[in-house]
Write a protein that binds this ligand. Sequence first.
Ligand code: ZN
Length: 156
Amino acid sequence: MFVGNGFDIHKHSKDENLILGGINIDGDGFEAHSDGDIILHSLCDALLGSKAKKDLGYYFPSNETTPKGISSVDMLNKVLEIIEIDKLKINNIDITVLSQVINISKISNSICSNLANLLNIDKNVINVKGKSFDHLGVIGDGTASACMALVSVENA
Ligand SMILES: [Zn+2]
């Protein structure tokens, strides 16, 4: 069995659409070179970490070699190729969104369903939870939101 962890943080922007876990959500999106999906970015890093395959920035640097506004779903699909997902079984995924402005409890079910579709796994092994920041710092004042992901995989 292998485990990997991932972390991501982006600054909110009123000019961007909020995309989380590959779905459109009402609210302010993120400033980013890509679509700024903190859930998929942290999940990608966790998946890469589980197979010791470096990090998301190695494959998708935030410069002109990565298409501006690239969909994080496309990034995830590339990561699944890199870790050779067809030779693996995902045991479970645990995700924590750290935010003062995103109400995860209202959207976690939809996000879990979409992640299950994207990864072709059972929804029941995916957990997406939220944690407010007690109004502390750049997350607590709503400037930014962050995400942590943990994944466990084993050889299929
Ligand atoms: Zn990111």
